[in-house]
Design a protein around this ligand. Structure first.
Ligand code: HEM
Length: 179
């Protein structure tokens, strides 16, 4: 089924969840690797191009996901989930949305700081709306990196929680996000 029900995640929610998980992991690895390259490395120019296009794709998926989440029933937590687990899981999920939004937005402002737009896979260019002073762009760049590290930490906690449900509690938490 495409849509969520009160007890299950539909195909659209599951696909968006795993696609974004894959994209965000790739973007994080790419972001770390990019900063270690020197100017003469062949990837010095191409990797940032991919990072920006994929980053924009994540932003589009984020919008889709929020719209989908608001227009679909949210599956209820399993009866076996403890109250503190539910609270923590919901807090982390909200933080995910906030962090991804901020990381994408700061990425846009850093990339367009000098007045040049961002290319989206040779399909179109998103223009710059504001040129930034170098100091402001550097500050945003640091915030972008710190937020990405915090997001990665939350992802690890979130994944460990899912694995704990699967292997220790032996409940359906992970399975219902897969099938
Ligand atoms: C960048 C990586 C990830 C992000 C941003 C993310 C985000 C989210 C969000 C926002 C939800 C809430 C449901 C929704 O809105 O559709 C969710 C649910 C879930 N995620 Fe992830 N996730 C990520 C990676 C993972 C990984 C690696 C695993 C497993 C190892 C996982 C397992 C789950 C499970 C089992 C649920 C359902 C929880 C429930 O039933 O309430 N996620 N995830």
């Amino acid at each position: 089924m495409l849509q969520n029900t009160k007890t299950s995640f539909g195909l659209i929610s599951r696909s968006l969840h795993w696609l974004m998980a894959l994209l965000l992991t790739g973007l994080f690895a790419m972001g770390l690797y990019m900063t270690s390259l020197d100017y003469y490395d062949p990837l010095y120019h191409s990797l940032p191009w991919w990072h920006k296009s994929l980053g924009l794709l994540v932003f589009l998926f984020l919008l889709l996901r929020v719209i989908w989440r608001l227009s679909n029933p949210q599956p209820e937590s399993l009866k076996t989930h403890k109250q503190w687990e539910k609270r923590l899981a919901h807090l982390i999920q909200k933080l995910f949305y906030g962090f991804i939004f901020f990381i994408a937005l700061s990425g846009y402002f850093i990339s367009t700081a000098k007045g040049k737009g961002i290319e989206f896979f040779n399909l179109f260019e998103l223009s710059s709306i504001i040129a930034l002073k170098e100091g402001t762009a550097d500050l945003l760049g640091n915030a972008h990196e710190i937020m990405a590290i915090l997001l990665a930490t939350l992802v690890v906690l979130h994944a460990l929680a899912a694995l704990k449900h699967h292997f220790i509690d032996k409940d359906k938490t992970l399975i219902r996000m897969i099938k």
